[in-house]
Design a protein around this ligand. Structure first.
Ligand SMILES: [Zn+2]
Length: 260
């Protein structure tokens, strides 16, 4: 994610430099009165660069990021709030914020799903979740969170005949591949690791309903403010809050480095 962001910033900077070159091109040329020479080539190249896939992706992401920042109110207001919090943390708040999740990463317990009821259960699940969609194909359950991520769960059957999650992988919402391999984005690799924690714990935390609930807790992956440092992206690496755990009342979220 970080590498990709750096790459995109570089691409936009390069584009900015090239756009500067347009200003040196005679206006007559931009009106297409002539069509030969180096200057025309420069204009044509810039057009091609702007329309190229990486630059379009970078522009797209920049705009999305801007919209997100606007929607979640990032800016001076938040920075002020953070500074205030750092200056005068009350003892209660301090312990609250520093509370660390256990190694097993508690999930909210949900009723077991008997194998024979899997289809009906998934249909009911889809009816109650407007922005998420579950699809079953053989032993793979695909769970798509609109515009956030698509998760593939390899499922098996537990001792009591319930559906359990054996493997889990997260991908970008527009990544192809049908769940094979790994995501090319670091952030989804990290989320996969987080979701995979405790699946072999044998404590019942691997039930399909329980794991699906954990996946749903990532619906705010890119806008969630860290419960420890208060930021959306981490101070180092510009990574969103990739850790989610059930604190007994609600889903808590933090950066991978902040949850320790
Ligand atoms: Zn943090």
């Amino acid at each position: 994610m970080t590498e990709r962001l750096k790459e995109q910033i570089e691409q936009l900077e390069a584009l900015h430099t090239r756009l500067g070159q347009v200003r040196q091109v005679p206006p007559a040329l931009l009106q297409m009165r002539t069509s030969t020479g180096d200057e025309f080539r420069v204009v044509k190249e810039i057009g091609e660069v702007v329309m190229s896939e990486p630059v379009q992706a970078a522009l797209h992401q920049a705009r999305e990021s801007l919209e997100r920042d606007g929607a979640s109110g990032i800016g001076t207001e938040v920075r002020r709030e953070n500074r205030k919090r750092r200056r005068a943390p009350s003892p209660e708040n301090y312990t609250e914020e520093r509370r660390t999740p256990t190694v097993l990463l508690p999930r909210r317990p949900e009723p077991a799903v008997p194998l024979g009821e899997l289809g009906a259960w998934a249909r009911a699940w889809n009816e109650t979740h407007a922005t998420a969609k579950m699809r079953i194909k053989g032993r793979v359950v695909r769970l798509a969170l609109a515009d956030v991520m698509t998760v593939y769960m390899g499922v098996g059957v537990g001792r009591a005949g319930e559906v359990v999650v054996e493997t889990i992988r997260a991908f970008g919402p527009r990544e192809g591949g049908g769940g094979r391999g790994e995501s090319k984005y670091e952030v989804y690799g990290t989320v996969s690791q987080q979701l995979g924690r405790g699946l072999e714990g044998g404590d019942g935390g691997d039930g399909l309903g329980t794991v699906a609930g954990h996946v749903l807790a990532y619906a705010d992956l890119f806008v969630r403010r860290c419960g420890v440092c208060g930021r959306v992206v981490s101070h180092e690496g510009h990574v969103p809050c990739v850790v989610r755990w059930w604190d007994g009342r609600t889903w808590a979220g933090a950066h991978a480095g902040c949850d320790k």
